[in-house]
Design a binder for this molecule. Sequence first.
Ligand code: HEM
Length: 487
Amino acid sequence: SLLVFALVFLLMAEYLRNRRPSGFPPGPWTFPLVGNMFSLDMNKAHEGMTKLAEKYGNVYSLKMGPSWTLVLNGLEAVQEGLVTKGDILADRPLLPLHTDVLPKLGILFTNGHMWKQQRRFALFTLKYLGLGKRSLEPSIVDEFIYLSKEIDNHKGKPFNPHLLINNAVSNIICSLVFGHRFEYSDVKFQRLMKLFDIAAKLEGSIWSQLYNAFPMLMKRLPGPHHTLHKIYDEMLQFLKAEINKHKEDWDPSEPKDFIDCYLNEIQRTNTDDGAGTGFHEENLMMCSYDLFGAGTETTSTTLRWALLYMAKFTDIQEKVQAEIDRVIGQSRQPTMEDRANMPYTDAVIHEIQRMGNVVPLSLPHVTNKELQLGGYTVPKGTTVIPNLTSVLFDKNEWETPFTFNPGHFLNKEGKFVKRAAFIPFSAGKRVCLGENLARMELFLFFTSFMQRYTFSMPPGVKPNLQPRTGLSLSPYQYEICATLREV
Ligand code: HEM
């Protein structure tokens, strides 16, 4: 009878723990211990979460493992959360996988003073390095020349563009952080690419989600935490070597890249007493790690979507090419100044980002104070998921939400129009730090592709526009033909 009593007691305790706290918005029934973790298909969480909004409204709650989570859906609720109440949602939940395995440094997963200081410095430095003769613009158009040499080698025959695009996009972050690119065949570069690829896959895996929900248990099992730790150590060695090289030929009066600028900042902030400043070499490493982690996979996946959409919608591809021929021609490479004269191409790139929906649930936020939103009150410490998918496909915002339609971004006269519901970079205090760089890369790479090649699927193959799911949505591996244009 003692056993029965203990069982009843445990069940009661779990029932009470599992009840929705008062003030919380409604949501689906949550299972003991695991909450809603397994009732949502974690590989398609963005679809499941968007569906739940039809039943429970645009602001609802879920339980992911042990923690209550608020999900914001549709433009109005997402904007109210991220922008109007932006200060309360400026923090990230500290995921056990990050706090246990990686140092609490950098930009992506820090909060408070450290985050503000490192984010402000990185934003300033990106702007500084993006200007004038140091501009990243020439690095991008030069990189395309290397990329096109590789693509030309395939002579219009089917090839998988994944690795090549990854290499090209990663080289832009290398130019930003290290001040130089790598040959694609460079063994060290290939290893670096591999490390990031493994890290991204691990962080998107079910293992990581389980680790974050049940760290005490998972810590004792083999899993991604061990591998992530090893990856970070190896990255550290790589970055250390780059930093040491930078120190050797250092000219503080002319910083050429992120490492130079950061070394200057370390020196500047450490002269007056120095104690407690957040600028030191380990933080330089973690910030670089974040720039690579956040800035390569996202941009490269968007470009892979771009080629696939163009191979599918050949009439749209032709219209883009016609605009390029009219505005740029074939005798020079595109520049950012061309964008203002190319509303159709600009609209197509926006539509690729909307439909590609590469970061479907943004990154998680957490309330740092009690939050009142949509008539509900949730306490400090509640995880908040801005469901970007529900905004990018919001039926109230888009004329044909599920159809690829560049017209979403064009007015009757064919001029480019901004849309408030276009938020692939999220919004508010944590809005993507690399948005400007990403938009520059997308415009210059996409326009260069369309200027030089016509993309088509191999004979008999239909493009698969269904996303492969995970933390970010990417196309399944595909082969494509790049035929040199005759103009
Ligand atoms: C954060 C999207 C490219 C650096 C984010 C977030 C999204 C996003 C959705 C999360 C915002 C939030 O927390 O609500 C994208 C997309 C890209 C892209 C779709 C390309 C198409 C880049 C690039 C860089 C970059 C090129 C680096 C140069 C960052 C950083 C953060 C971030 C550092 C964290 C900001 C913070 O926590 O304060 N990005 N991004 N991203 N992104 Fe991007």
